[in-house]
Design a protein around this ligand. Structure first.
Ligand code: PLP
Length: 368
């Protein structure tokens, strides 16, 4: 019997896994699915491709997770991560019932999409931006309005245009891959003009000079998503949250998995936001390396945009971005090559430690 199974498995992989039963919803079989950045396991590369924090998280995180393990894991976690919400509410000047926690902010974006977007509805987001928005819309069987950024990285009037079927708009702010920011006044204007809710994805707001948290109290349709993956160096822990008005959080909670945050991530995330000294120091280090990285890239002839995130988006007028990505990879440096079709392509380089960025710049200048 095991032999038969083995044979079938090998054969299936060779025929590229085409499903023959037709019980899948048609939007699932026709969609491509989200393509995450490469995550090679082990320390072979200087890894500057998925915007992780290069520094280890606060030591308080490990201690807190250790205590949670000692206390035992046989019971279900707190379904609403109350300990985290109490601490985060103090930090951000809201009440705990304004916060919904998730298994990373991707989980938060999924919950929001499932709650608002039905088959045949429309969603809106900008290009180039976080490509997960399109995947989430496709899972629902929704139609995407993709609005291109202007050459100066502002959003034209089209982003707020009225449309009867529009149910949700996503705005990454700071944007990825550009690192550029739409100022809160402009976001408020967009939110007021939009005929639907707006989720402001602030995955990188901790590295920026402004954020849109204060807009949540002014407009029931504004929701702000945050993550501990980047600024708190906890991409491996999976913890994110949403700030919205309490009646909105109440409806969204019906859509989430009952135990979407586990005991260890709640313990770790709560300890992380409690250590604001670690946070301030690490943020300052990342921002200072970001400035240096952008200056050096410009010295090497790259066109860079001013970034308020923990990465820099760039393109060289004389070298193909895709080839540079491949040459760098061959030399042990992983950066992100992103191709947005007829919009164009470029390289997104995560801010590493000073040592990593020095090594990267040395390899890059040798290539150029
Ligand atoms: C990294 C990222 C996220 C998701 O972060 P999680 O690890 O799922 O918390 C969300 N939005 C943008 C724009 C990101 O870059």
């Amino acid at each position: 019997m095991p032999r038969v199974c083995e044979f079938v498995l090998v054969k299936r992989t060779r025929t590229r896994l085409r499903v023959t039963m037709n019980f899948f919803r048609s939007n699932i079989t026709t969609m491509t699915g989200y393509a995450p950045g490469e995550q090679p396991q082990g320390g072979k590369f200087i890894k500057l491709n998925t915007n992780e924090n290069p520094y280890p998280c606060s030591a308080k995180v490990q201690a807190s997770i250790g205590r949670a393990v000692e206390a035992g894991l046989q019971k279900y976690p707190d379904p609403t991560a109350t300990a985290f919400r109490i601490r985060a509410a103090e930090l951000y000047g809201v009440e705990p019932d304004w916060i919904l926690c998730g298994n990373g902010s991707d989980d938060i974006l999924t919950i929001v999409t499932r709650a608002f977007v039905d088959t045949g509805n429309h969603v809106r987001f900008a290009r180039p931006s976080y490509t997960l928005y399109q995947t989430l819309a496709e899972i629902q069987g929704a139609k995407c309005h993709i609005v291109d950024y202007q050459p100066d990285w502002s959003l034209g009037e089209d982003f707020a245009l009225h449309c009867d079927h529009l149910r949700l708009a996503y705005l990454a702010n700071p944007n990825s891959p550009s690192g550029t920011v739409i100022l809160p006044d402009e976001v408020a204007r967009i939110a007021d003009a939009l005929p639907c809710p707006l989720v402001v994805d602030e995955a990188y707001a901790d590295f920026a000079e402004t954020n849109c948290l204060s807009l949540v109290a002014e407009n029931e349709k504004v929701m702000v998503a945050r993550t501990l993956s980047k600024s708190y160096a906890l991409a491996g822990l999976r913890f994110g949250f949403l700030v919205a008005q309490p009646q909105v959080i109440r409806e969204l909670s019906k859509v989430k998995d009952s135990y979407n945050c586990d005991t260890l991530s709640i313990a770790g995330a709560t300890a992380a936001i409690d250590d604001q000294l670690w946070f301030e120091q690490t943020r300052a280090a990342v921002i200072s390396t970001r400035t240096r990285l952008a200056e050096q890239l410009q010295t090497l002839g790259f066109d860079c945009v001013g970034s308020q995130a923990n990465f820099v988006w760039c393109k060289h007028p004389k070298h193909s971005s895709q080839q540079l990505y491949q040459r760098l990879k061959a030399d042990g440096v992983l950066v992100r090559y992103l191709d947005y079709g007829d919009w164009g392509d470029g390289l997104r380089i995560t801010v590493g430690t000073d040592e990593q960025i020095d090594a990267f710049l040395a390899i890059l200048s040798a290539i150029i």
